[in-house]
Design a protein. Sequence first.
Length: 202
Amino acid sequence: MQKGHTVHTEGFEIRSDELDVHKKASLQALSCYMQETAVKHIDTLNMGINKLLEKDYIWVLSKIRIKVIRFPEWESRISVQTWGEIDRMFANRQFRILDENSQAIVLASSSWLVIDLKRNRPVPLSVVMKDFDRANNEKVFSEELLKLPVPDEYDFIIKAQVKYSDLDFNRHANNTKYLDWLLESVPMDFRRDHVVDVLEIN
């Protein structure tokens, strides 16, 4: 990103309220850690949430892939790294979560859009990110995030209703809630016996 700000890192400690039935940090908690790290990073580049809201713009997640190598345990400390680049209308952002021994335990790649709230249309990133340095194009995955095909049949399905508690200060369902809805569609018995390896939302 801007020179001197290529990679941003935030540290977190896994809390008891973030654990799943396996006594490990839930995928939702890890997603929130990545979102918070991205928010802190973009603030340092003067392109954060409050700055964009002055122009009635917001950041919107378009797609994300998460690869879990190992879920961190209760009270362990993790470091979340993030960096990014511009690709036409998208801001591509990478994540790497490290354990206390600096070993990668989670990898993620995501693409974001800036939306004009008044026109409900994407804003060219050249308008928002005039001083953006595109040099850091390191990818955590070799494959691109492509549009997911719509299956003819589904193994699991639920109808999710947006609740007041799902809304953020933009009065939209926060992107982490889509992960909640996706995982809640999987029966409890199945989730007790399985853990997520790779998850992709597009």
